[in-house]
Design a protein around this ligand. Structure first.
Ligand code: NAD
Ligand code: ZN
Length: 342
């Protein structure tokens, strides 16, 4: 089969002919239809410090996908050829305390699809049956392709109650954009998005933001005044990884406010713990998705009118992967998709 492979340490991914993967007795073999390009894939492509420390080539990248089951192992009874599925990208150990207690998102030893094991930028991918999500009728294929980052958005957006609350989202990449739509759907009053990129601010407004502001030009205290807010944001979703964004969020929280942090800073950052103590803030890290509560909630929200399609900006055939990666790198876009059938 053809796959996008990191063949050796260093920049770049190349389209290579590699052996088809074969499923073990508990595995499912999936013909990939569409994949999404994630920031993680850009790191792997660029071979930055994180990639050099984490990735052991040769490796097929990619973890956001939708595809069709073509073969199942002998122990697999509830998944059949023809099923349309996406993969939960964290393969959990099944043996640690959290896994045994059914809290698989807290697994002590997660293995990442397209990071620690061969991923989905390929014509075929293999996953354990317990990592497969069966799509319900009516979920558009493009939306199904990005259930993994959509799940990141849902997991973060629903980490704290938002009904009737004022929500700040820092960073309007694809995940911040989808989170804006989710908190709007979940009943937030004001949804303020802070994002330096004007194209993404525009997209944030289409996703249901009340206001989308440039943090270099507008102070959030000023935004609060414009909206008639007096005591600060009740909930903040940090989706940029930028130190300035975390600081700005902390400075603008209501007493007792909650901050969910999904964004991954590239270096250690400092926070004033006094702010957390004296304003009684709750800060919670979010990693991946809850298996499979997040996937369920994502699906039923789509069924009840949530629309995340505007977050999808570009579509390419897999042979044009270089142009697709360039579009994703530019940052002037929402999600970039690769089609693996053309
Ligand atoms: P992205 O890089 O496309 O988006 C980040 C956005 O933040 C960009 O649009 C950027 O312009 C904006 N930004 C930069 N500085 C800012 C500032 N000071 N204030 C406000 N916005 C600022 O990323 P994405 O794919 O949408 O992912 C969002 C974040 O979540 C990234 O940091 C990513 O690494 C991380 N992530 C975490 C998990 C997890 O499980 N925790 C999973 C996927 C992605
Ligand atoms: Zn585990």
């Amino acid at each position: 089969m053809l796959a996008l492979v990191k063949t050796a340490p260093g920049p770049g991914l190349s389209l290579e002919q590699v052996p088809d993967p074969s499923p073990g007795i508990n595995d499912v073999l999936i013909r990939v239809r569409k994949t999404g390009i994630c920031g993680t894939d850009l790191h792997i492509d660029a071979w930055d410090a994180w990639a050099a420390k984490t990735i052991r080539p040769p490796l097929i990248a990619g973890h956001e996908f939708v595809g069709e089951v073509v073969e199942v192992g002998s122990n697999v009874h509830d998944t059949r050829p023809g099923d349309v599925v996406s993969g939960e990208g964290h393969v959990t150990c099944g043996l640690c305390r959290s896994c045994l207690a059914g809290r698989r998102h807290l697994c002590a030893h997660p293995v990442g699809l397209g990071v620690d094991r061969d991923g989905a930028f390929a014509e075929y991918v293999v996953l354990p049956q317990t990592n497969v999500w069966h799509h319900w009728e009516g979920i558009p294929e493009e939306v199904a392709a990005i259930y993994d980052p959509f799940g990141n958005a849902v997991h973060t957006a629903l980490a704290f109650p938002v009904l009737g609350e004022d929500v700040l989202i820092t960073g309007a990449g694809p995940i911040g954009l989808m989170a804006a739509a989710v908190v709007r759907h979940a009943g937030a009053r004001y949804v303020v998005v802070s994002e330096p990129n004007p194209v993404r601010r525009e997209l944030a407004m289409r996703m249901g933001a009340t206001l989308a502001v440039d943090p270099r030009e507008r102070d959030l205290a000023d935004v609060q005044r414009e909206l008639g807010m007096v005591e600060g944001f009740d909930v903040a979703l940090e989706m940029s990884g930028a130190q300035a964004a975390i600081r700005a969020a902390m400075d603008n929280m209501a007493h007792g406010g909650s901050i969910a942090i999904l964004g991954i800073p590239t270096a250690e950052i400092t926070l004033d713990v006094n702010e957390i103590v004296f304003r009684l803030l709750t800060i919670r890290g979010i990693y991946g998705r809850e298996m499979y509560e997040t996937w369920y909630k994502a699906t039923v929200m789509l069924q009840s009118g949530l629309d995340i399609a505007p977050a999808i900006a570009h579509r390419f055939g897999f042979r044009d992967h270089e142009a697709a990666f360039e579009a994703a790198r530019s940052g002037d876009s929402g999600k970039v998709l690769l089609d693996w059938r053309v």
